[in-house]
Unconditional design. Structure first.
Length: 211
């Protein structure tokens, strides 16, 4: 059974406050989102398995630890999820990157898939689906459905976001209870337009300088 984890690390919380502010411009917003993603990657990999390996140091042979088990893929939900990829790759440089492109109908809030490109061995990988916002939960569910339809195992998936609304958490948990949700903040609620309050605005627009 998956769970919901709120990362309350002081550095993450401090940087999240920076990107919430309207005075933070595109350059700083993009940099700080990447920094938060890197800190979150450090935490979400805490349970990755290790194995013993024999190495040679400059002095002796020695038994040390290295990562074992499933290989990793990072799956950003386009377009805002792209802002979190570099931070994850800084910690996991050997990870493959897939993409799931979704756009949201501004009237119904329903997500529509327009692009999916994934590693061929998706079924064997630990998948980190990344998107700055978990608002209505529609995009998260649609992205995970897109992965599962193409062979991914839902219990290999972790959904990682910067800000989540309780409504979105419930939708994702009701649909995929085995998927762990990791967020830097669980905010108050959604407004009538489907935006998170207090939130940080439209993450895609703020990352890429669009309106």
């Amino acid at each position: 059974m998956g769970q919901v984890t709120v990362m309350d690390h002081p550095l993450i919380q401090h940087k999240l406050t920076i990107i919430r502010q309207t005075t933070t411009g595109t350059k700083d917003f993009r940099e700080v989102v990447s920094e938060i993603a890197m800190l979150m990657a450090y935490e979400v990999t805490r349970d990755m398995p290790l194995e013993d390996v024999v190495i040679e140091t400059p002095l002796v042979k020695s038994v040390q630890k290295q990562l074992s088990g499933k290989k990793v893929a990072i799956i950003p939900i386009l377009r805002a999820g792209l802002g979190m990829v570099d931070g994850f790759l800084a910690m996991l440089p050997a990870a493959k990157v897939g993409h799931v492109g979704l756009y949201r109908d501004e009237e119904t809030f329903e997500p529509h898939e327009y692009f999916v490109k994934l590693p061929a061995d998706i079924a064997e990988r630990q998948l980190f689906v990344v998107d700055p916002m978990l608002a209505t939960g529609g995009s998260a569910v649609a992205a995970i459905e897109a992965l599962v339809r193409r062979g991914a195992k839902s219990d290999n998936i972790k959904f990682i976001c910067l800000v989540a609304a309780p409504e979105g958490v419930k939708v994702l948990k009701d649909t995929y209870p085995e998927v762990e949700i990791i967020t830097a903040a669980l905010d108050e609620r959604l407004n009538e337009q489907g935006y998170i309050l207090p939130g940080l605005g439209d993450a895609g627009d703020r990352l890429f300088g669009t309106k």
